[in-house]
Design a binder for this molecule. Structure first.
Ligand SMILES: [Zn+2]
Length: 339
């Protein structure tokens, strides 16, 4: 009898364990599904992104001009409104084909003592062409960075002093564009200057760690905002796993959308082994792992007057914003319920 009692006990225990496991799995799957489901319904349709963050950037902002200073002020005051960023400026003069120009990079770091950093970057200057606005180049990318950090401001504020996970650093470069014709000396004024400076500056409180070596990954956004946006995996060896993570997030999101939202994948499966010259190049030279999120092929509006607000596609912009939010949440281990 005791044997059968024992056997029944074992069977009950087994069945309990089995159903409990199934139930837990079901809950996890539902949570995962809900996360994307909620996310797609909550994505910001209020137009705040467009009017408050992006539109102030959609002016001529050639390095060294009033428009450039005005946009810089917009970026700074938006960051300051969250009261969580340690903001530094890298201001310098450089000789250009049109004479000496004053440039200013903006560097915002959540925790300047952190020894591991996720860097998100864009350039806020516009090319020196008559009436050129450069909506995708790179007003939209910079607005997306501002949107990301405003969205997570509470979670990032709690994270500020935490050294367990990587911190977040934002870089808004000045002087990416050539003053006349793109060359090694006439382009990337801001990034060339800042990469050298960071290489020679230690992380706050660290004797042997410079600011370049503290970068886990450097993600550069450029030429984003047109319809038919496509990215390709440009640094598969070093950051391919992150590119694939972005692809996975995108697949889940596309499944959760209804048919009023973006439908096509923007992260293609193509992997190319070439370098598109941009602000990451001076950092790449110091072996920083790079994720270059730039439209390939370039938008048809590239360096044309038509790179303006009228030719932006907000469906794909919103879709990309969603992907970046989920990526950041995952990378920084942010706990935020989307609904
Ligand atoms: Zn450009």
């Amino acid at each position: 009898m005791a044997y059968y009692t024992f056997l029944s006990f074992v069977i009950i225990l087994y069945l309990y364990g089995y159903f409990h496991l199934v139930e837990t799995r079901r809950t996890n799957d539902t949570e995962k599904y809900n996360q994307y489901q909620c996310f797609s319904t909550l994505s910001d349709k209020s137009d705040k992104f467009h009017t408050k963050l992006l539109r102030p950037l959609l002016i001529k902002r050639v390095s060294g001009t009033r428009g450039n200073a005005q946009v810089r002020q917009h970026i700074i005051s938006t960051l300051q409104s969250t009261k969580i960023w340690n903001i530094e400026y890298d201001t310098f003069n450089s000789v250009t084909p049109d004479g000496i120009v004053k440039f200013t990079n903006i560097i915002a770091t959540l925790n300047p003592t952190a020894t591991h950093r996720l860097v998100l970057a864009c350039h806020y200057d516009s090319k020196k062409l008559p009436h050129f606005i450069g909506a995708t180049d790179s007003a939209v990318p910079c607005a997306i960075l501002l949107d990301l950090v405003i969205y997570f401001k509470q979670q990032l504020a709690q994270r500020k002093q935490n050294n367990k996970y990587p911190t977040l650093q934002l870089i808004f470069f000045d002087g990416e564009e050539a003053v006349q014709h793109w060359s090694k000396t006439d382009s990337l004024y801001g990034s060339r200057h800042l990469a050298t400076k960071m290489r020679n500056t230690n992380v706050q409180g660290q004797q042997d760690l410079n600011q370049i070596d503290a970068m886990n990954i450097f993600i550069l956004l450029d030429l984003i905002g047109n319809k038919n946006l496509q990215f390709v995996n440009l640094f598969n060896r070093t950051t391919g796993k992150y590119y694939k993570k972005l692809q996975e997030i995108e697949t889940q999101l596309l499944r959760s959308y209804d048919n009023t939202e973006h439908q096509q994948a923007i992260f293609s499966s193509k992997a190319y082994n070439y370098i598109i010259e941009d602000d990451h190049v001076p950092f790449l030279a110091y072996d920083v792992p790079i994720l270059h999120l730039i439209a390939v092929p370039f938008p048809s509006t590239w360096h044309k007057l038509s790179d303006n607000e009228d030719n932006l596609d907000f469906q794909s912009i919103n879709h990309f914003r969603n992907i970046m939010k989920l990526f950041l949440k995952k990378y920084l281990h942010i706990k935020k319920q989307f609904c």
